[in-house]
Design a protein around this ligand. Structure first.
Ligand SMILES: Nc1ncnc2c1ncn2[C@@H]1O[C@H](COP(=O)(O)OP(=O)(O)O)[C@@H](O)[C@H]1O
Ligand SMILES: [Mg+2]
Length: 511
C-alpha cells in the first residue's frame, strides 16, 4: 500500500525523512513552489495514475513523473496542453477565450495520433513503451514507461562531453535498429534528436516523443506536414508536401551521431541548400574517426535526399559491418519512392476508434525480430565489451546523477533568482522553453518547430492560425490546382529563419 506521506513527488520513491531533501533525487518541500500550469503533485488521473512533479514541458504538453497505482510502477504522463491555445481552469485544460477551439481540437487529434502510433510499438526495444491513454479534465493523457536518466541533449550541454566513435556506435546501434523497425512498419519518427533520446545510468538510449511521428504511404511520401528541429532536420522537412521517407529520419540519426562525436550542432538543413558549410567529421581537428564512418555520416547527411542511404539498414551495413543483423531487419523500402502495393495493411494501429488505445498489459508473447536482434546485440555487446567502453559506462553511472543534480541546481537557482510571482513568468524562467515549441527561435535550436497543418484550409484561416502559432506569413503565392478548391491552401514552406512561412494558394482549375 502506497503511503503518500512518504512518497517523493520528484522520483516517486519511498522517502523516509521528509524534513530532509530526498536522498534519491534531492527534492525538498522547502524549495520555493513554482507558479506553473501543471497539476499539483498527488493528483490522481483515471483513478489509477498518481502524479508527481513536472519533468518536462513543450509547446504541446506537460510531462509528469507518476505512479501507476495498480502496478506500483513509476510511469511518465504526458498531458495535452497546447500553451499558445489553452489555459488551465480548475483542473481542466480549455481553449483560450476568444478561440473557436478548432485548432485545440485539431491538435488534440494529433496528440491522440501520437498515442495510437506509439501503441503499435510496444514490442520494439529502445522505443519508449506505451502503457495507456486517459481522457480527463477536458484533455488527454498519454502514459508511458518512465525512463530514469537524462536526455542526451541536456547531458551533452551540461557535461560538455563528446563521445568516441566506438561509444557512439554502442549507444546508437539499438536506436538505429529501432528506427529501422518503425520504417519497416511505415512510420516515420520525424523528430529524432538528442532531446528525444533519454540516456539511462546503465548507458542505454531510449527513443521518446512520437509527437511528430506519421504513418506514411511508401507510394506517396509527399503528403507530410512541416515539423522540424534545426540541425537535425534535412531540407525536405522545411516544406509541406515534400517527399519525406526513411531517408528523412536517417539524416537526423546521422546528425545526432555527428554531434555526439564532434560536439558541434550540424548546420541547418535548409541553410545547407544555400551554402553548405558542414565539415566532414574527418576534417574536424582533434577527432579520431575512421574513414568509413566519416564517409557514411557524410552520405547519410547528403542534402539531396536520393543521394543518401535510403534505409537505415544500408547505413548500418557500412558503419557496423560486423553486426550480422545489419541490413536484415524487417522489409522496408529500399528505393527513394516505390514499395510494392498492398503492404499498407502492415501499418500499425490504423483504426480510428478508442478501442485501439487499451492499456498495455505486458510484453507480448511473440516478440518481434527487432526485439530478438536487439537482445542478441546486447548480449554480444556484453561479451565483447572492451576495457574502453567498460570505463565509459562506469563513468556514465557517476556522470548522469551528477548532471541531474546540476540540472536541479540550475533550475533551483533560476527559480530563486527570479522570485516566484503569480503571473506565471517564473514558470517561463524556470523551464526556459515553455512556449518555445511553437514560438521557438532559430537560436534555440533544441526546440522542435511545429507548423500547424493548414493545407486545404482557407487562406484567412491559414493566416490566422500561423499568426497565433507565432509564424509570420512572409509571402502568399497562387497556382492553378485540379485538386484543391479556389482560395484554399495547397501547401506551405518554412523559411530558413524558421519563423516565417510562405503559403501557396489555389487559383482553382485552369479554364
Ligand atoms: N518517458 C519518459 N521518461 C523520462 N523522461 C521523459 C519521458 N518522456 C518525456 N520525458 C522528459 O520530458 C521531455 C519532454 O518530453 P517529450 O515527449 O519529448 O515532449 P515534447 O513533445 O514537449 O518535446 C523529454 O526531453 C524528457 O526529458
Ligand atoms: Mg521532445
Amino acid at each position: 500500500m502506497i503511503d503518500v506521506k512518504h512518497l517523493c513527488p520528484g522520483c516517486m520513491e519511498y522517502w523516509e525523512d521528509t524534513e530532509r531533501p530526498c536522498p534519491c533525487c534531492g527534492f525538498s518541500w522547502k524549495t520555493p513552489a513554482k507558479a506553473g500550469r501543471e497539476l499539483p503533485p498527488f493528483t490522481i488521473l483515471g483513478g489509477r495514475y498518481l502524479l508527481g512533479n513536472r519533468i518536462g514541458t513543450g509547446g504541446f504538453g506537460i510531462i509528469y513523473i507518476a505512479m501507476d497505482l495498480e502496478t506500483e510502477e513509476t510511469v511518465a504522463v504526458k498531458e495535452f496542453f497546447p500553451v499558445s491555445y489553452a489555459e488551465r481552469v480548475g483542473q481542466d485544460v480549455t481553449a483560450l477565450p476568444g478561440e473557436d477551439g478548432r485548432y485545440f481540437r485539431e491538435a488534440l487529434g494529433s496528440f491522440r495520433k501520437e498515442a495510437r502510433i506509439l501503441s503499435g510499438f510496444t514490442d520494439v526495444e529502445n522505443v519508449i513503451r506505451y502503457r495507456d491513454y486517459v481522457m480527463e479534465n477536458k484533455t488527454a493523457y498519454l502514459i508511458t514507461d518512465y525512463v530514469k536518466g537524462i536526455d542526451l541533449g541536456q547531458y551533452m550541454k551540461i557535461t560538455g562531453k563528446t563521445f568516441s566513435q566506438e561509444e557512439v556506435l554502442d549507444l546508437m546501434h539499438p536506436i538505429l535498429m529501432a528506427v529501422d523497425t518503425l520504417h519497416s512498419r511505415h512510420v516515420l519518427h520525424r523528430d529524432v534528436s538528442p532531446e528525444n533520446l533519454i540516456l539511462s545510468p546503465e548507458g542505454r538510449l531510449t527513443l521518446i516523443d512520437f509527437g511528430g511521428a506519421r504513418e506514411y504511404d511508401p507510394e506517396d511520401t509527399r503528403n507530410l506536414t512541416v515539423i522540424l528541429k534545426h540541425g537535425y532536420a534535412p531540407d525536405e522537412q522545411y516544406h509541406s508536401g515534400s517527399r519525406q521517407g526513411p531517408w528523412t529520419d536517417l539524416y537526423a540519426c546521422c546528425a545526432v551521431m555527428y554531434q555526439m562525436i564532434s560536439g558541434i550542432l550540424p548546420q541547418d538543413g535548409a541553410d545547407r541548400r544555400i551554402k553548405d558549410d558542414l565539415l566532414p567529421l574527418d576534417e574536424i581537428g582533434g577527432l579520431t574517426v575512421t574513414e568509413t564512418f566519416a564517409r557514411a555520416i557524410e552520405k547519410g547527411m547528403t542534402i539531396h535526399a536520393p543521394d543518401r542511404y535510403l534505409s537505415i539498414s544500408r547505413l548500418m551495413a557500412d558503419i557496423c559491418p560486423e553486426d550480422p543483423n545489419a541490413g536484415k531487419t524487417e522489409s522496408r523500402p529500399e528505393t527513394y519512392k516505390s514499395e510494392p502495393a498492398g503492404t499498407a495493411e502492415k501499418r500499425t494501429g490504423s483504426s480510428e476508434g478508442l478501442s485501439d488505445l487499451q492499456p498495455y498489459r505486458g510484453p507480448e508473447s511473440g516478440k518481434g525480430e527487432a526485439h530478438r536482434a536487439a537482445k542478441a546485440l546486447a548480449e554480444g555487446a556484453d561479451k565483447k565489451e572492451t576495457g574502453h567502453s567498460h570505463t565509459f559506462y562506469k563513468w556514465l553511472k557517476y556522470l548522469i546523477p551528477a548532471a541531474l543534480i546540476l540540472t536541479g541546481l540550475i533550475i533551483f537557482f533560476s527559480v530563486t533568482e527570479k522570485q516566484p510571482d503569480q503571473t506565471g513568468t517564473t514558470e517561463k524562467a524556470a523551464t526556459g522553453n515553455m512556449d518555445q515549441t511553437v514560438e521557438g527561435t532559430a537560436e534555440d535550436s533544441t526546440d522542435a518547430v511545429i507548423v500547424p497543418d493548414v493545407t486545404g484550409q482557407s487562406l484567412a484561416y491559414a493566416e490566422e492560425t500561423m499568426r497565433k502559432a507565432g509564424f509570420d506569413v512572409a509571402k502568399v503565392s497562387y497556382e492553378y490546382s485540379d485538386t484543391v478548391s479556389y482560395g484554399d491552401v495547397i501547401g506551405y514552406q518554412l523559411d530558413m529563419e524558421g519563423m516565417r512561412v510562405q503559403i501557396l494558394v489555389s487559383n482553382g482549375r485552369q479554364q
